[in-house]
Write a protein that binds this ligand. Structure first.
Ligand SMILES: Cc1cc2nc3c(=O)[nH]c(=O)nc-3n(C[C@H](O)[C@H](O)[C@H](O)COP(=O)(O)OP(=O)(O)OC[C@H]3O[C@@H](n4cnc5c(N)ncnc54)[C@H](O)[C@@H]3O)c2cc1C
Length: 449
């Protein structure tokens, strides 16, 4: 690891507000891509909204990801929401006049594995009616789309209308735009719990005091399950730790995203690349993970080859540690972890760089500028929860984005806003209902991730 490599992403900061409102129509917990988008769309309907973030906007998953905005290979249950999100990314850029780094720069997947290719082909056949514009490519086209890396690919898929946005910019930009629309943005302001009267949510208790609210939307990412447990709501959620790195600017070998058997490359607006090794993901054993072993077992069995397992710090601290039933009058785990940043596994950097530069001679001397870790929260069927919570009127959830919530974030925030206000939903919300995870319904296994 080079001495000048930084161990954090460079997330843009956004100015917030200083004083707490006493009453709002909707309190949104969590300043990730989903919470910021929900706040923006709620304010667009003239509602008074407080957006409450325990650390800084974009500090957790939404500022630590690859930035892919992808319809290709997405679980079909999420596809209508993703199609709508692609449109909303463009609309948000225009409407807010802010740079989200969104571009339809295309995605290319290439392979030498017939089984993998067959899976992609089957997905494209199923996705036909959604007109996502992806198509299967043969060996010649796969080589033509990977100049400098022409191997004996048997084929792949090309998804020219997919793309990426900039994780370091997007959530902060949407939060700033929400603020322009009147949202009160409070950072370093953890929500300790819900204010509940006669079985109905009537506000939130924050570390700085109470805010009365008619509705509360919990978009707390990896912390949502712990938050819900404090109020006797079960939410099966488990996390995987992942390390990625971003390089210094270098020659352009691909315009957008490229998946090969050895690595994944994403071209960034500054000319650098986000690099992910294909053997990614560490599953830390945690008390919350053990609690939901039964629900996650089928997913674990199907993915165990791409996961490493271990016990680390996250057993004792972080979103999946034991938290007990905390008092709302004293500091909570949320304040103790303003920004949950799992330590990156820096040992992956050198071998991944070697693989990339061995393949692309044009990238000789490629240097990692920043490396960081991220905690990916998942549900047992790898489909998010965007839903009312029937047992607790006034409470809504938008969480569990299972490693692909950045691209779908604008649509998820908009759908959550629709549910809160009772407006016609952007898409059918049925696949995202909370109850499926807790009412004994047989869960549909995860589609492609
Ligand atoms: C390495 C990596 C690569 C990924 N690549 C992609 C990709 O290419 N494309 C894609 O679509 N997705 C990707 N993802 C997944 C994506 O980043 C997430 O699904 C998405 O960002 C989730 O957004 P969110 O708003 O739900 O959660 P988050 O961004 O985690 O936001 C939740 C926020 O809630 C705050 N919070 C929690 N509890 C409280 C509380 N009690 N009070 C106040 N605030 C609270 C947290 O501080 C946090 O900021 C990746 C993730 C990782 C880690």
């Amino acid at each position: 690891m080079s001495a000048d490599m930084l161990l954090e992403p460079a997330i843009e900061t956004v100015t917030g507000d200083a004083s707490l409102p006493t009453r709002v129509d909707v309190a949104v917990i969590g300043g990730g891509i989903v919470g910021t988008a929900a706040a923006y769309y709620l304010a667009a309907r003239g509602l008074a909204v407080a957006l409450l973030e325990k650390g800084r906007v974009g500090g957790e998953q939404s500022g630590r990801n690859w930035g892919w905005c992808r319809q290709q290979n997405r679980d079909i249950r999420e596809l209508p929401l993703m199609v709508a999100s692609m449109r909303l990314w463009e609309e948000l850029g225009r409407e807010t006049g802010r740079d989200l780094g969104f571009e339809r720069s295309g995605l290319v997947y290439v392979t030498k594995d017939a089984k993998e290719l067959a899976t992609w082909e089957a997905w494209i056949a199923r996705a036909q009616s959604y007109q996502v514009g992806s198509r299967v490519i043969g060996p010649a086209e796969a080589r033509a789309l990977t100049p400098g890396n022409e191997q004996d690919w048997i084929g792949g898929v090309h998804s020219p209308r997919d793309g990426r946005a900039e994780p370091w910019l997007a959530a902060p930009a949407i939060a700033a735009a929400a603020r322009d629309r009147g949202v009160t943005l409070l950072q370093n302001c953890a929500v300790r719990g819900l204010d509940i009267t006669a079985g109905r949510v009537c506000g939130v208790v924050t570390e700085r005091g109470r805010i009365a609210a008619d509705a509360v939307l919990c978009a707390a990412g990896a912390w949502a399950s712990m938050f819900c447990r404090r109020h006797d709501l079960d939410l099966p959620q488990a996390g995987v730790r992942s390390t990625i790195f971003r390089t210094a600017p270098a020659a352009k070998v691909t315009p957008g995203g490229l998946v090969t058997p050895d690595f994944t490359l994403t071209r960034c607006p500054d000319g650098g690349y986000i690099v992910a090794a294909q053997d990614r993901g560490r599953l830390d054993i945690t008390p919350q993970g053990l609690r939901y072993t039964r629900q996650f077992w089928p997913m674990f069995r199907s993915r165990r080859n791409s996961l490493r397992m271990g016990i680390g710090r996250s057993f004792f601290s972080g979103p999946e540690a034991l938290a007990g039933r905390w008092s709302l009058d004293a500091a909570t785990p949320f304040e103790r972890h303003r920004e949950f940043a799992p330590p990156p596994d820096t040992a992956i950097v050198a071998p991944a760089l070697a693989r990339v530069t061995r393949t692309y001679t044009a990238l000789a001397g490629l240097r990692a500028a920043r490396v960081w870790g991220g905690w990916i929260d998942s549900t047992p069927d790898a489909v998010p929860v965007i839903s009312v919570v029937d047992r607790l009127p006034g409470f809504y959830l938008a969480t569990g984005f299972s490693g692909h919530g950045f691209g779908v974030g604008p649509g998820a925030g908009r759908l959550a806003a629709d549910l809160v206000t009772g407006d016609t939903p952007l898409v059918d919300p049925a696949p995202f209902r909370y109850a499926r995870l807790v009412d004994g319904s047989p869960l549909v296994p995860p589609g492609m991730m």
